[in-house]
Design a binder for this molecule. Structure first.
Ligand SMILES: Cc1cc2nc3c(=O)[nH]c(=O)nc-3n(C[C@H](O)[C@H](O)[C@H](O)COP(=O)(O)OP(=O)(O)OC[C@H]3O[C@@H](n4cnc5c(N)ncnc54)[C@H](O)[C@@H]3O)c2cc1C
Ligand SMILES: NC(=O)c1ccc[n+]([C@@H]2O[C@H](COP(=O)([O-])OP(=O)(O)OC[C@H]3O[C@@H](n4cnc5c(N)ncnc54)[C@H](OP(=O)(O)O)[C@@H]3O)[C@@H](O)[C@H]2O)c1
Length: 507
């Protein structure tokens, strides 16, 4: 049999996993990576970044963390080393073309509404790649494309401002967190030392940068976090001794909520048990409110904990006491506002006419992942198919029903992105080897619509943020069934019902 050529774009965790599974089934993968090394987001982060999911949850299914990594939340360097040893162990590096930026991909084949075959004889993709070292361009013709571009890198999201009221009028420096993360640790420390910093955004990046600034500058030069919405901050991975995975990552917890495509019986069970689901959420919220003074600082989110967990907007806040101590002592200031503008000396909050003077503004406002994904397509039609809906419409969070011979891995989030990318890689490669066929376009669209509806009904304001978060087991069940794998990965009814499902269970 001739080996089918698969182009994988990106050598972060998702691209490496896609490559490993392609090789395991005899495909011929070529991975294009724009940088000179593997690891994606883990290649360089801000100094204090660690894993925020415990390593038991965040690991390759068949490649455990080395015994030398004893902390439950490894550092960036430990994570990068782990990724590197995985790539070496499975001999992936020689399949990667580094310094290779994929400029665009173009489909060459019949336009069709019904793609079900991964390798129809007449369809190919042309992948245009710039070699950033030699400044040459080459076009590769391949049978299938797997996009593993990542979502939290490369294309910064910076809010729009009215003309004359944006960073251009600010006399200090305004940068994105991406630029701060790219600095080496000494440079970033010197960059903020003795400066009044405003961090815009209170996701995990905003939180971590503010902590770095406050530990460098103390009260003399406070760091202000300017943000528009509260999200649950998680100080521990257990509440009163009950591990969160027992409350949200086992099969029983999924019986307490409605699920997309669940059928009559499961729907009835979810309705009957929903008061218990509500109780679990309240239990966690009560614990958090007791543990950290979010009520005192007006930081209690509008949405319930469970709702936020479903759209993956929670953020882990280790050493929360230190953070609130910094707030108490004034080295971190919190300012909530839906909007703000710039003036020459800092930012202006028009609602209450507050002016905050600053030397540096750091936008920790996330990334334009959808735009980055859409832009890789040369065809404006395909671009629109990606960017034109509120939520990127992917069947099994991997396949666009109308974009043939192509899969996307690593776009939709979960609590453990390494695990989710591994399950998706297995699933996509099973599709490539013909272990199952895709349903019709109509059926795929129906399934996507069911997930859209679920997200709208059961999550908060971030319902369009692609994620499977607390429905990970339910989601994995679908993948397992497609692949002909038993979704019940444990021995015995009680274990299957109550034990958390971890990556190693799917090895
Ligand atoms: C600071 C930070 C901390 C995180 N912490 C956690 C955590 O604790 N737990 C968790 O589950 N998730 C976490 N995440 C989410 C994280 O994104 C995933 O864990 C995972 O590493 C994503 O891997 P990826 O391969 O899908 O994407 P990326 O790591 O973004 O890799 C994408 C790769 O594609 C390459 N690329 C992009 N465009 C092109 C192109 N046009 N041509 C060629 N190559 C291209 C990039 O250079 C990059 O190497 C974190 C994210 C960030 C930013
Ligand atoms: N392991 C770790 O320790 C670690 C560290 C950093 C990041 N991460 C992960 O990396 C991913 C990206 O995190 P991130 O914090 O960079 O981005 P993010 O989670 O997307 O958060 C962006 C923040 O910016 C705000 N924001 C966005 N647009 C805005 C606008 N126009 N005006 C004002 N505020 C705006 C958001 O507010 P709203 O909520 O109101 O939209 C939010 O507070 C996440 O998955 C995160 O968990 C992990």
């Amino acid at each position: 049999m001739d080996k089918k050529q698969v182009a994988i774009v990106g050598a972060g965790i998702s691209g490496l996993l896609a490559c490993k599974y392609c090789l395991s089934k005899g495909f011929n993968p070529v991975v294009f990576e724009l940088e000179s090394d593997i690891g994606g987001v883990w290649k360089k982060t801000i100094k204090t970044t660690r894993l925020q999911s415990p390593k038991l949850v965040f690991q390759f299914s068949d490649f455990p963390w080395p015994p030398s990594v004893t902390d439950d939340f490894p550092t960036q360097q430990q994570i990068l080393d782990y990724i590197r040893s995985y790539a070496t162990h499975f001999d992936l590096i020689r399949h990667i073309k580094f310094n290779s930026r994929v400029k665009g991909i173009r489909y060459d084949g019949p336009s069709s509404d019904t793609w079900r075959e991964p390798f129809p004889p007449e369809g190919k993709w042309n992948v245009t790649v710039d070699d950033t070292q030699t400044a040459t361009t080459q076009v590769y013709t391949v049978d299938f494309v797997i996009l593993c571009l990542g979502r939290f890198k490369d294309v910064p999201n910076i809010p729009d401002f009215p003309a004359g009221k944006g960073p251009e009028v600010f006399r200090g420096q305004a940068i994105h967190s991406m630029d701060y993360a790219a600095m080496d640790n000494n440079t970033s420390e010197e960059f903020v030392r003795g400066k009044r910093v405003i961090v815009v955004g209170f996701g995990k990046t905003g939180l971590d940068i503010a902590r770095e600034c406050s530990s460098i500058n103390g009260r003399n030069h406070p760091c202000t976090i300017l943000y528009r919405r509260d999200h649950w901050k998680v100080p521990d991975w257990s509440v009163w001794g009950i591990p969160l995975p027992l409350l949200y990552l086992n099969r029983f917890s999924q019986l307490l909520v409605h699920k997309p495509g669940e059928g009559f019986l499961l729907s009835l069970v979810a309705t009957l048990l929903s008061p218990l689901g509500w109780g679990v959420s309240k239990l966690v919220e009560t614990y958090i409110k007791k543990k950290i003074p979010i009520a005192k600082f007006d930081m209690v989110p509008k949405e319930s904990f469970s709702k936020e967990a479903r759209s993956c907007v929670l953020c882990y806040m280790p050493d929360a006491d230190e953070f609130f101590d910094a707030v108490e002592k004034g080295s971190i200031k919190l300012k909530k506002t839906p909007t703000f503008t710039f003036y020459d000396k800092g930012v202006l909050i028009e609602d209450d006419d507050t002016r905050i003077e600053a030397d540096i503004v750091i936008f920790a406002t996330g990334f334009k992942g959808v735009e980055k994904l859409g832009d890789i397509f040369e065809s404006s039609t395909y671009r629109m198919l990606i960017t034109g809906s509120p939520r990127v419409p992917l069947y099994r969070e991997c396949i666009h029903p109308r974009i043939p011979q192509l899969a996307i891995i690593g776009f939709s989030e979960s609590i453990s992105n390494i695990h989710t990318s591994e399950m998706r890689s297995k699933w996509v490669v099973a599709l490539l080897e013909g272990a199952f066929k895709l349903p019709s376009v109509k059926e795929m669209q129906k399934d996507i619509a069911r997930w859209d509806e679920y997200m709208k009904q059961s999550t908060g304001e971030h319902c369009y943020r692609s994620s499977v978060c607390t429905l990970e087991i339910w989601y994995n069940d679908q993948l397992c069934k497609d692949m002909g794998m038993n979704p019940l990965r444990k021995n015995g009814l009680l274990a299957n019902l109550f034990e958390p499902f971890l990556p190693a269970d799917y090895a």
